[in-house]
Structures are given as structure tokens and as C-alpha cells.
Design a protein around this ligand. Structure first.
Ligand SMILES: C[S@@+](CC[C@H](N)C(=O)[O-])C[C@H]1O[C@@H](n2cnc3c(N)ncnc32)[C@H](O)[C@@H]1O
Length: 622
């Protein structure tokens, strides 16, 4: 798992985009049975209608199954690469028929300001539509919402609508080249291409590879694409490798209409394309419950990062989909606890602050992150972020803004700091390395602890929080391994005498669970590490101006105790007991994160496999 720069992103400025526009909801999916547990598959694995790698992964990944390719030989320009003859024979003919291999000819003269994966998926969809039926109207294509009126309204965002128009033109040009029509005939409007591209923008989802990177996009039929968004969703989705099959699983969701009209009828099947494993391959998608769901209740998933406060989520959804979310979390007055936390800050002397203050803090953080991402200056980035976290932001004379540790900008800063310190630990000086590693580990733990508390009040954060615990567990264990001396016995042991986390982990590979059970496991985990955490924390944060003074509502961070730790002593004669404590914290974090990940991401997700790999060794199939 590479959690370095890939996890770091610049926070968006929530005030840049103005939200508006009415509720466009139309079709939705509802539960057909009472779902009492979490981790229940609500659909069988669904095959995609079309999919494509993102541009930057074309030279390194198989275009059919998205698996990484060996580094050589150097890839041919503009053509797709495959890992095996079967991948090539299943994917290549469709790719050629769809004309996507002609795209680059047009785009080399007319640069396109977007991902060509959108265009390739749109061309594949277009090919299937033309084979199946004439298109009568452009608001829905094969049942999929195009949302094109909203997306193309140029007064909302000229750049965005221009990109769609240019993309549609590139699709038309590629099709003409394929058909041998001179591109001097390229003129006028390409309504069908535009609508198909809008269908892709509205419905396609990011697909992750075996190490969790977003490598491409995939478009699924209405059984998935009619699921609406909520900021407090009751379901999530996970990907299964191309070869996975339905295995008798049935649908526990069915279509409904949210505005009281009859749902779009399924009578004529030809109007709806369905994903076909035989033709296309591609990653399967499964929808899974993360909360109990009543029969007839709408099933929802997240289209955006749920660890953002309301305005940022709204702004994200607006800029990508042009809708304003009116879910219970968004309209709650006062905001629910997690939204209060995600935007909690204070200004010195109790003075009130306008939006500009937080905009300035966002700019400052972006500037620090740029030092790291663009200028490769991780040290400057750490200094700036820790200065902000420690001393607050000096907004105006005598007006200091301090962020709550669970403010979304603080969480963003911790992610960046964990990554930047990890990069800084690659140095010739062993002592310096160890120090940087300790700080990196401390920030990943801090992130896990703080989001864990948010998760306890909003269970839809299960995927984020399991990610953070697994990341923290991994980095704690790596550090413990670095400290291992030759005479140390093998470690870690995953069997804890105080808690049964390993038994729970082994028992729940693919079981659904009731939410109370999750809470019990969570308590067992916290109760078990609460005693060892203060010592480990003290060791990790020693010498870091910000981490040493973190005052936080979290018990085990507040109660830092134990004796002083000495770096020299650690390096020269690490006694063993402390290292064992460190590895035990890592083991617990990893197992707990793995248990949560089994529930939301399933036993085959890359993170579940990763955790099993660490626990059992080998490929994690254990
Ligand atoms: C993938 S489609 C979901 C199915 C869609 N409702 C339909 O009728 O086909 C995504 C689009 O549905 C609408 N939508 C989804 N979630 C929504 C929400 N919470 N509030 C308003 N509109 C939503 C938006 O127009 C969005 O672009």
C-alpha cells in the first residue's frame, strides 16, 4: 500500500462555487426487503457497460482488467496494452470498433482539457446504443440520466460546458476517421455525442486497482446508476475482479420514482442496456448495506467525500453533477455533530469571523501542500502546517484563528503531514529517519483516532475510518519492524490475551453484522489499546513541537504518561518491551481496521487482502 503523496489533496474552497438549482431527482432504488444487518450484498456483482483506464495509467496497466503490467518493454504510443491474450481478445475488438483509437489524432490538434477516459467510455456506450436502437430523446439514454441541460448550461460554468462540447466533437471526429469520412465534414452540433458524454459524467464511477489507486472509470447499467446520493448513505459499493460471478445472489433493491410518478417501465428490455460479462469483462460492482435499511426505504450511496463539511460537499456535488443535496444531514438545523466538528474553529478574544477568514486559512494550507506536492519541499510544508496547527492562523492584527483538531482542514493537514514526514524519513542519517518516521506514524494515528470519534456518531464513515486504522496499523508495524534488532524474536503476535480481536477478524471474513456488534468490537478495541497507547504516543511524539502539546478530547492522547524516552537509548539498545508495545498497537489498529473493511469493502477488497496478508503472510487468502 503506497500512502505517500497519493493521499494528499489540496482542500477545495467551499465558497468558490455557488449552489443553487432545484432537485433533479427522478429515479431511485429502494430496498425490497428489511435489511437488518450491515455488510449485506444488495446486488449480485454487476458487469459494466463500458470502462476505461485514465490517461496516466494507459502505459502501465492492462486496458481490459486494469492490472499493473511489468515495467518493460516500453509501451507503444497511443495504443492500449494488455496483460494477456485473453484480455486483448476480449477488449481490443470493441475498442477498435468504438473508434477510440482515433481519438488522439483529433486531440493532438485540438487539445482536450479533460480525461480522455470519459471520451473512450462514451464512445463504447455510443457503439452499443447504435447497435441496439435509435435514440429518441437525449435526457435519458438506455434509462441512464444524462443531466445534459444542467451540465451544459453555460452560464453555470463555461469551462465545463465547453469541455463537454469539445469532447463531443472529438468523439465525432474519431468516428468519422473510423468510417473513412474526411474530417472537413466536421461541423455543427453533436447532440448525441454530447448527451452520451453527459451520461458518462453523471453516472460513471472511479475504479481502483489492487493497491487502491483510482486508475480508471466504469459505467454500469440502471441497477447501479439509479442509486442516488446521500451525505449519510445507507449503502456503499465495492469492486470485484472481472472474473467474479453472481453465484446465485439476488437483488435486494428495485427501481422506484422519487417524485410520485410511475417508475420508468422496464417493459421493453431493449431500451435498457445491461452489462455483459461475456462481451466486455471489466470490474464488477456490488452494492452493500452499511446501515440497517427498512423495506421500501431508498438505498443511497456517497458520490463525494463524506469527511467534508456541508458546504464543501454541496460545492463538490454541484461542480460535478449540478445538484443540491437535500439529505437529512445537509438540511439538519443545527448541523449534526460531525458537521459541527468538521468546521469548528475559534477566533481569539471570541471575535466573530466572516467566511474570508477561513478562506485565508484554506489558502495558507494549499500553499503549504503545494510546497510538498509541486516543489518537493516536504520540510517547508511540515513547518507551515505545524505552525498553523500550533499557533493558529494570524488573520489580522490580534485576530488568531484556531482550528479544532477535527476540523476538516486539520484532518487534511494531518494526512499531508503523515505523508510528508514519511518522505522526509528517506535520508542517510538513521536517527533523523527514525524521528521523521515517528512523526509520520503519530500523524496517521492521530487521523485514525479523530475520525474514529466522528465514525461513532455517523456510521457511514466506516470506509474512511477503516482506511485510516489500516494505514495507521501498517505504519506503526513498519516502525516497530525498523526497531527490531537481530536478537529479537519474531513478531508481531496477533493473539492478544486481553481482547478477542483476532478471533473476530477470523470469524467475520464475509458475514454481515448488526450495528450493535460493530459498536461492541469498537469498544473492545479501544479498551484494549487505551493502556498501552499513552506510552507509545509519548515515544512517537517526542521532539515534535506540535504533537507534544496536542490537547484533544481523546482519552488516550490526553493521558500521555510514562517515563521519558530517549532516542539514543532506543537506537542503541532497544529493550524489546517498548517495541512490543508499539507492535501491539499496530496489530490492534490493523485488525480493527480490517474488521471494518471486511464489512464495508468485502473480503476481496485490496485493503482486506492486505490485512490478511500481514496477519497470515502470503497472498492474504488465509
Ligand atoms: C447516477 S444518477 C442517479 C439516478 C437518477 N436519479 C436518475 O433518475 O437516473 C445521478 C443524478 O441523480 C440526481 N441525484 C442523485 N442524488 C441526488 C440527491 N441527493 N439530490 C438531488 N439529485 C440527486 C442528480 O441529478 C445526479 O446527477
Amino acid at each position: 500500500m503506497d500512502d505517500r503523496k497519493s493521499n494528499v489533496s489540496r482542500p477545495t474552497n467551499p465558497h468558490k462555487q455557488k449552489v443553487g438549482a432545484g432537485d433533479l431527482r427522478n429515479m431511485e432504488m429502494v430496498a425490497t426487503a428489511e435489511i437488518e444487518s450491515i455488510g449485506v450484498n444488495l446486488t449480485p456483482p454487476l458487469s459494466p457497460l463500458a470502462y476505461s483506464l485514465h490517461d496516466s495509467f494507459l502505459p502501465s496497466h492492462c486496458a481490459a482488467c486494469f492490472s499493473p503490467l511489468p515495467p518493460d518493454p516500453p509501451p507503444p504510443l497511443h495504443s492500449l496494452l494488455y496483460c494477456s491474450p485473453s484480455c486483448s481478445s476480449s477488449h481490443s475488438p470493441l475498442h477498435r470498433s468504438s473508434a477510440s483509437h482515433h481519438l488522439h489524432l483529433h486531440l493532438s490538434q485540438n487539445p482536450y482539457d479533460g480525461q480522455t477516459s470519459d471520451l473512450r467510455v462514451a464512445l463504447l456506450l455510443l457503439l452499443q446504443i447504435k447497435r441496439h436502437q435509435p435514440i429518441k430523446q437525449y435526457d435519458r439514454i438506455c434509462g441512464l440520466m444524462s443531466n445534459r441541460r444542467q451540465l451544459l448550461m453555460s452560464n453555470h460554468d463555461v469551462e465545463f460546458s465547453t469541455r463537454i462540447k469539445n469532447g463531443a466533437k472529438a468523439m465525432a471526429a474519431a468516428t468519422m476517421m473510423r468510417d473513412g469520412v474526411p474530417d472537413s465534414n466536421l461541423s455543427g452540433e453533436y447532440m448525441l455525442e454530447e448527451a452520451v458524454l453527459c451520461v458518462v459524467v453523471t453516472n460513471a464511477v472511479e475504479v481502483q486497482d489492487s493497491v487502491g489507486r483510482s486508475v480508471g472509470i466504469s459505467l454500469y447499467d440502471i441497477s447501479f446508476s439509479w442509486i442516488n446520493h446521500s451525505c449519510s448513505p445507507n449503502a456503499c459499493y465495492l469492486f470485484l475482479p472481472p472474473e467474479s460471478h453472481g453465484g446465485g445472489q439476488r437483488f435486494l433493491i428495485s427501481p422506484a420514482s422519487s417524485n410520485g410518478c410511475q417508475p420508468i417501465a422496464f417493459s421493453s428490455n431493449s431500451e435498457f442496456l445491461t452489462g455483459s460479462p461475456e462481451i466486455l469483462g471489466g470490474w464488477r460492482i456490488v452494492v452493500r448495506s452499511i446501515k440497517p435499511i427498512k423495506k421500501g426505504e431508498q438505498v443511497t450511496i456517497a458520490y463525494t467525500d463524506l469527511l467534508q463539511p456541508t458546504e464543501s460537499r454541496q460545492s463538490d456535488l454541484w461542480s460535478k453533477y449540478r445538484f443540491t443535496c437535500c439529505c437529512n444531514r445537509c438540511i439538519a438545523v443545527p448541523p449534526i455533530q460531525i458537521d459541527q466538528r468538521l468546521q469548528e474553529f475559534c477566533a481569539s478574544n471570541g471575535r466573530s469571523l466572516n467566511e474570508v477568514g477561513i478562506e485565508k486559512v484554506t489558502e495558507y494550507i494549499n500553499d503549504a501542500i503545494d510546497d510538498y506536492l509541486s516543489s518537493n519541499d516536504a520540510e517547508s510544508c511540515c513547518k507551515k502546517l505545524e505552525n498553523l496547527l500550533l499557533n493558529g492562523f494570524d488573520y489580522k492584527q490580534n485576530l488568531i484563528i484556531r482550528l479544532h483538531p477535527q476540523h476538516h482542514l486539520s484532518l487534511n493537514a494531518y494526512t499531508t503531514l503523515a505523508s510528508a514526514y514519511k518522505i522526509r524519513s528517506i535520508d542517510e542519517n538513521i536517527l533523523h529517519n527514525l524521528k521523521m518516521k515517528r512523526f509520520s506514524v503519530a500523524y496517521s494515528l492521530l487521523l485514525a483516532v479523530l475520525t474514529h470519534h466522528l465514525f461513532l456518531s455517523e456510521s457511514c464513515l466506516i470506509a474512511s475510518v477503516s482506511n485510516f486504522w489500516i494505514g495507521a496499523g501498517e505504519s506503526v508495524l513498519n516502525l516497530a519492524r525498523d526497531l527490531k534488532s537481530d536478537c529479537d524474536s519474531e513478531f508481531p503476535s496477533f493473539k492478544c490475551t486481553k481482547c478477542g480481536l483476532i478471533d473476530v477478524f477470523e470469524a467475520n471474513f464475509d458475514d454481515d453484522q448488526n450495528p450493535k456488534w460493530v459498536l461492541d468490537v469498537s469498544n473492545e478495541f479501544v479498551n484494549c489499546i487505551i493502556d498501552i497507547m499513552p506510552k507509545v504516543w509519548k515515544f512517537l511524539v517526542h521532539g515534535n513541537g506540535y504533537l507534544e502539546v496536542v490537547k484533544d478530547p481523546i482519552e488516550f492522547i490526553k493521558n500521555v504518561g510514562g517515563r521519558e524516552w530517549d532516542l539514543k537509548e532506543i537506537m542503541e539498545g532497544y529493550e524489546g518491551q517498548e517495541r512490543v508495545e508499539l507492535s501491539w498497537v499496530g496489530v490492534h489498529c490493523l485488525l480493527y481496521g480490517g474488521i471494518l473493511m471486511n464489512i464495508c469493502g468485502g473480503p476481496d477488497s485490496h485493503l482486506s487482502r492486505y490485512v490478511r496478508g500481514v496477519v497470515y503472510g502470503g497472498d492474504g487468502k488465509g
